[in-house]
Design a binder for this molecule. Structure first.
Ligand code: PMV
Length: 333
């Protein structure tokens, strides 16, 4: 038995689209920041007396989630030659499946806890592959700070490489997360990516332009160039949603309050407050701020009609074991 904690990560250069015919391989690389104060804590206990895997999310059995959880555990069990089923208990301190990257923190925590519970010595590549098989954004939560998931074209086309770019201390950005709806999103990211790849007229251009966006974001992070990071991140976000809107049927993840937040954030930046926005497959708005600016930005976002709650976070560490058997897997910076 072991328990692990992981935090969601927020993509600044977005992953949207999977490689054709491959098991959950992304069609594009991506770059993210890992948060600190939102978390998933997951306990995994392998039990020889258990006939089936059992998954509780926030104390409630979750049969739909169980299928993905079991599928994620299977290759780890196989690697450890373990035939036992597991009892998995997971808790989020933030809304699940609402565009707050709960699958990223959830699967990063699950993989980390399962490896520790089975006392497996594994390479960073194996950990990353297991998390990536469950959710394309999950490997990024294995590391803290600024993280890139790169696509390798050689020697093995389509393999991914997880690159910790900089630790939180390099540039302690802050994030204010404006919650505008607590409902689960109507179209999940896997289905949304499939519809987009099949029907959006802009999909090929999206794939082609991604390396340039990644390079710009990488440079901005290393140089701590906020304006440059703001431009490329908002561009990547709006492009991803533009692609999805142009799919058939069009995917609309935003609500009225989402749009109000975008307008306010752009106005604040024009007035000299260092903040930019990004949005994932849901209506929540993440306002990324220079160190020290998030409380002021959160206060302003709270005044917007339709904003239910604003959470703030600094950048945090990667997934780690917090109790139980096995060794703590080294997290990234
Ligand atoms: O990892 P998934 O399948 O939940 O997809 C994540 C997709 C986005 O959050 C919209 C973008 C990203 O890179 O995290």
């Amino acid at each position: 038995m072991a328990q692990a904690q992981a935090q969601p990560n927020i993509a600044l250069v977005k992953y949207w689209g999977k490689r054709h015919g491959a098991r959950n391989l992304p069609a594009v690389g991506s770059l993210s920041v890992t948060l600190e104060s939102l978390w998933t804590r997951t306990e995994v206990e392998f039990d020889p007396d258990l006939p089936e895997d059992l998954f509780l999310l926030n104390g409630v059995p979750d049969p739909k989630g169980l299928v993905r959880v079991s599928r994620c555990l299977d290759p780890i069990r196989q690697r450890a030659s373990c035939l036992h089923r597991a009892r998995i208990q997971s808790r989020n301190n933030f809304p699940t499946s609402a565009g707050l990257a709960s699958s990223a923190s959830g699967f990063a925590a699950l993989v980390t806890a399962a490896i520790a519970a089975l006392c497996l010595e594994v390479s960073p590549e194996e950990r990353s592959e297991w998390a990536r098989g469950a959710s394309g954004s999950a490997p990024r939560s294995l590391y803290g700070g600024f993280v890139e998931l790169r696509l390798q074209e050689t020697p093995a086309p389509g393999r991914t490489e997880l690159v910790p770019l900089a630790d939180p201390g390099h540039w302690p950005l802050e994030v204010a997360v404006a919650i505008t709806s607590l409902s689960a999103k109507p179209v999940g990211s896997t289905a949304g990516m499939e519809i987009t790849a099949k029907t959006s007229p802009f999909y090929e251009d999206w794939i082609r332009a991604q390396p340039a966006d990644l390079e710009a974001a990488r440079q901005a992070v290393l140089a701590r160039d906020f304006e440059k990071l703001a431009l490329v991140s908002e561009h990547s976000c709006l492009k991803m949603h533009g692609l999805a809107l142009a799919a058939k049927p069009g995917l609309m993840y935003w609500n009225g309050a989402t749009v109000s937040c975008l307008t306010v954030i752009r106005d604040l930046r024009a007035q000299g407050i260092p903040v930019f926005f990004t949005i994932d497959a849901g209506p929540q708005v993440k306002a990324v701020c220079e160190p020290g600016a998030s409380q002021q930005v959160a206060g302003i976002l709270r005044q917007i009609p339709g904003v239910l709650e604003v959470m703030t976070s600094r950048l945090g560490p990667g997934a780690r074991v917090i109790s139980g058997a096995g060794k703590s897997q080294p997290s990234g910076p």
